[in-house]
Design a binder for this molecule. Structure first.
Ligand SMILES: N[C@@H](CCC(=O)N[C@@H](CS)C(=O)NCC(=O)O)C(=O)O
Length: 205
């Protein structure tokens, strides 16, 4: 497999997942906004990922460009690691719920903040939206606090890809200086101490 990524952006989820999986892979660091070779706006890269975003995962003729789908695919490629519930449909439903919650609720305030501070073209940025983004993030993090019962992992006793997507998003929130409760920070820090995460971090230093 080949993963194209950039630092601790959303592609870090996929890099960490590959480290957990034990699968062989090649990591290619791309440079944001560049039209040069391995730049996200080069024709070569945009052929794989039309919007010029990260991550992109390639496995033979399969090209995937959504981090959630990439985590599920990696989990499916290494079933013995139990990184995604498959046999118990209720466990799978709770797993899907966390994946969807992170991608549709928790991320939004963060991404709106990032887009309107630096990611969007200057003429598209609306500074007034930043306080609404913070308000939305606070609402989502309170909901998460209510969902998290303090067990070892977000789904209970088993580490899954849901922990990767959640911990990476909490780390993103921490880097953006959003307020996160002590127990969620402690959970995030425990996840970041996993050897696979440390190995992934070394690749993006
Ligand atoms: N839905 C996508 C979002 C990907 C995304 O927006 N990635 C950001 C980095 S975190 C990016 O590549 N931004 C560059 C750009 O918008 O040009 C996913 O989760 O994979």
């Amino acid at each position: 497999m080949k993963l194209y990524g950039m630092g601790q952006s959303r592609s870090f989820r996929a890099l960490w997942a590959l480290e957990e999986s034990g699968l062989e892979y090649e990591y290619i660091a791309v440079s944001a906004g560049s039209t040069e070779h391995n730049g996200t706006k080069s024709d070569e890269y945009k052929n794989l990922n039309f919007e010029g975003k990260v991550p992109t995962l390639i496995d033979g003729d399969l090209v995937l460009i959504e981090s959630g789908a990439i985590l599920n695919y990696i989990a499916a490629c290494c079933p013995s690691k139990n990184l995604m519930p498959v046999s118990n449909i209720k466990s799978r439903a709770k797993y899907d719920e966390i994946m969807c919650f992170v991608l549709t609720e928790l991320e939004q305030g963060l991404w709106t903040n990032g887009k309107h501070r630096f990611a969007l073209p200057k003429e598209q940025r609306i500074p007034e939206i930043l306080s609404t983004a913070t308000w939305e993030f606070n609402k989502a993090i309170n909901t998460l606090g209510n969902m998290f019962d303090g067990k070892a992992y977000i789904l209970g006793d088993q580490f899954t890809m849901a922990d990767i997507i959640l911990a990476q998003t909490l780390n993103w929130a921490h880097r953006f200086e959003f307020t996160i409760s002590e127990n969620l920070m402690a959970y995030k820090n425990r996840m970041y101490q996993r050897p696979a995460c440390a190995n992934a971090l070394k690749k993006v230093e």
